[in-house]
Design a protein around this ligand. Sequence first.
Ligand code: KG4
Ligand code: ZN
Length: 338
Amino acid sequence: NTKNYILAIESSCDDTSAAVLCNTKVLSNVVATQEIHKQYGGVVPELASRAHQQNIVPVVHQALAKANIDKKELSAIAFTRGPGLMGSLLVGTSFAKSLALGLDIPLIEVNHMEAHILAHFIDDEERTPPTFPFIGMTISGGHTQIVKVSDYFSMEVLGETLDDAVGEAFDKSAKLMGLPYPGGPLIDKYAKLGNENAFQFPKPKVDGLNFSFSGLKTSILYFLQRETQKNPDFVSENMNDICASVQYTILEILMEKLQLAVEQTGIKQIAIGGGVAANSGIRGRLAEAETQMGWETYVPKFEYCTDNAGMIGIVGYLKFKRSEFTDQSIAAKARYAI
Ligand code: KG4
Ligand code: ZN
């Protein structure tokens, strides 16, 4: 069994990441999270590109050092071609091209959304990967997508968000309650202490497997405005119950769509990923679905859920084995469908 060493680069949004894989095993996975965006309550594209420019070389050096691999041992360079912020993608793409050219090794382009799903195939002693076919659901601050996965590179998008991503729904709701960015983890934390039936929020009416979260944000805004007019301390006095009710509504939306996907496809294997997969509520609901509906559910290790180069590397390795290499004339793609 030959050992192929893949260096992977991810720079699609606000995390600069580099990983080294030996076949399906991740030897190192370094992520530099850009703290600069916190003060703006969201990612500022221009600042993200500049931070990638500063971080990329140190992050790659660290990934090689942690893996204890010399760059001359590398078999190929994999990088995120898209989708993502153009300025951010350009940094990783240009760097990957130059390095592959300099080392005279193959270059491999990777679709970030495919990578979120194929992250399940990273070697992990504590987990078994899903078997084909399965339903993949990627939920994060940037994505909300349900995909039918028939094989590694045979995927069909069944539905996606028409406006905000799930993570944005968490973060924007949290912001309305005066919580700092990103508010998703805080809603999760307070929700555990609250009553999920305390307040009711309407669920959007979206056909099929598509999602919409912008209406929820608006209804939460009006609800909070109405209540704080009556009682200025409404939010602080009811924080746990509001968080529990908001989270409940979001989870109901996700679970209803998953249930519909299962009905439509007859597939009961569900594999989720993305930063929102950290949510304790969704994990609980999936565990419930295993016992109550006979689903098999999969969640990768958290470091492979959020944006990371490890997931880019596993796709790089799978493409390397198929000799699917990329020409140096490749360009980054901000919109890049699965
Ligand atoms: O994948 P990710 O790290 O990055 C991007 O989307 O770029 O996802 C971050 C998102 C944020 O919206 C954050 O609020 C959300 O994932 N998130 C959570 C939890 N942990 C992270 N949302 C709800 N509950 C959590 N425990
Ligand atoms: Zn992502």
